[in-house]
Design a binder for this molecule. Structure first.
Ligand code: TRP
Length: 457
């Protein structure tokens, strides 16, 4: 059944494109995942591998997704079907839609904790907190069971409402107003963290490179994190770039977003690790790292509670704008290909995510209701995260790089990236083309085979 495309919405300016795309990239990945994974996998060496992954795998694939989206101006599945009609490439899009749900199942749970922490900060619950009470408060918050489910439902309601409002009035408005504020807040946090006694030890941990700490699992995790950070491998960047302005410089937008995103991750690391060491906590504390350190830093400074409210408010914003981009993938798909209204697609997706997401929420900790249900050592929460970040995203990225590198004419790529000759891409284009053909797929295959044990290096 052919449904005639309605007039499509889009972002209204280059600035809106930048903030929306950055709003997608910046999220719990920077403030929650990046610090705790860097802590778990040993600091500086992990960070270095991560940066290599961003530059040689993440960024080129982001450009690839931009090409697919803006060229076709369709949702992820529609875009691939149009680009290569009748081929199996559209399953990259199908896989993406599935992965975006999988990510949302656990992401909405963590976002719920952030909203809850904001609420607790508003109530002044963190006054006089110590390391022990920070730990026990976090334990209570995630085990629930009612409160974390309630917060997850609140999170999904917010996401559905904004998405139903549309691309310009929902996504664009949210991201443009609130992204710059987050930046300021993290810097204030950094200043406080850096003036704590023992801060130097935390910085050493983050920046000192010790390759003996690097395992194959660490490398695969760094690669998965690079995809997760730049919102790749599920069709988010394809979908968003389908709303980009015609004259947007795709290479420049990608580079600016990747750079700003990395800066935010580093700033979050700089806020968290000095605190960890200063209070004698474990850098490998896992998913609770952020929730135990930040209340401690702020509770010990003048006006701490106000800053704590602001910090968790802005982390909620970061998480929310990232979720908008995740759920926009199925919303665009269902509204364009199935003729559903945006409102129905947004509400339907949110309800589905909240329902299945409860499995993640109830299996976070070994004391959670479903904490005893593990399969091969992982509960639901960890499986959703592992399958999406470490398997689906990289496979999806590999297929995208092969599609762009080998199945699209170079001339077509040049036309789109240069905006039909308006931009000079003489230097960057050959570099990009070489990397996406040879370097990114090679790295992806090596890391993947190594991690599943086909060979060891
Ligand atoms: N990049 C976001 C973060 O770091 C999460 C995110 C948004 C994402 N859209 C995505 C991850 C698409 C993977 C794919 O929090």
């Amino acid at each position: 059944m052919g449904i005639e495309p309605k007039k499509r919405e889009g972002f209204s300016s280059g600035l809106a494109v930048f903030f929306a795309t950055l709003g997608s990239a910046v999220g719990l990945g920077n403030i929650w995942k990046f610090p705790y994974l860097t802590g778990e996998y040993g600091g500086g060496a992990f960070l270095l591998v991560y940066l290599v992954c961003i530059l040689f795998v993440g960024l080129p694939i982001m450009f690839g997704e931009f090409y697919i989206g803006r060229k076709t101006r369709k949702n992820a599945i529609g875009a691939l079907s149009q680009l290569k009609p009748g081929s199996a490439w559209k399953y990259i899009g199908t896989m993406g839609v599935a992965a975006s749900y999988l990510i949302m199942f656990f992401y909405s749970c963590v976002a719920g904790w952030v909203y809850f922490y904001l609420f607790k900060a508003l109530l002044g619950d963190f006054a006089g907190i110590t390391m022990e009470t920070a730990k026990s408060q976090f334990g209570d918050a995630i085990i629930g069971p009612l409160s974390p489910i309630l917060w997850q439902v609140i999170v999904m309601t917010v996401v559905a409402v904004v998405l139903a409002a549309g691309v310009k009035h929902g996504i664009e408005k949210m991201t443009k107003t609130l992204m710059p504020l987050l930046f300021v807040l993290i810097i204030i946090c950094d200043i406080r963290a850096l003036t704590l006694p023992g801060a130097g030890e935390g910085l050493n941990f983050l920046f000192q490179v010790d390759f003996s700490k690097l395992s194959a699992a660490a490398i695969l995790t760094a690669l998965g994190l690079a995809f997760f950070k730049l919102s790749l491998g599920v069709g988010t960047m394809m979908t968003y770039s389908s709303y980009f302005t015609e004259d947007n410089n795709l290479f420049a937008t990608g580079a600016k977003v990747a750079l700003s995103d990395t800066v935010v991750s580093l700033l979050a690391g700089i806020a968290i690790f000095p605190t960890v060491f200063s209070f004698g906590m474990e850098p490998g504390a896992g998913p609770g790292l952020l929730f135990m350190t930040i209340p401690l830093v702020f509770s010990q400074m003048p006006l701490g509670n106000i800053l704590l409210v602001a910090f968790f408010f802005l982390t909620s914003i970061a998480a929310t704008t990232a979720m908008l981009s995740l759920v926009e993938v199925p919303v665009a798909y269902f509204s364009e290909e199935w003729g559903m209204s945006r409102k129905k697609a947004a509400i339907g997706s949110a309800v589905g995510i909240a329902m299945i997401g409860i499995l993640a929420t109830l299996s976070v900790d070994k004391n959670s209701i479903l904490g005893g249900y593990t399969f091969f050592g992982r509960g639901f929460f960890d499986w959703f995260d592992y399958i999406s970040s470490n398997i689906l995203l990289p496979i999806n990225g590999l297929l995208t790089s092969l599609l762009i590198g080998y199945c699209i004419k170079r001339k077509d790529l040049e036309l789109e990236f240069s905006n039909h000759g308006a931009l000079n891409i003489k230097v960057i284009m050959p570099l990009f083309y070489f990397i996406i053909r040879y370097v990114s797929p090679f790295l992806l295959i090596v890391v993947f085979l190594n991690a599943i044990g086909v060979f060891k290096f």
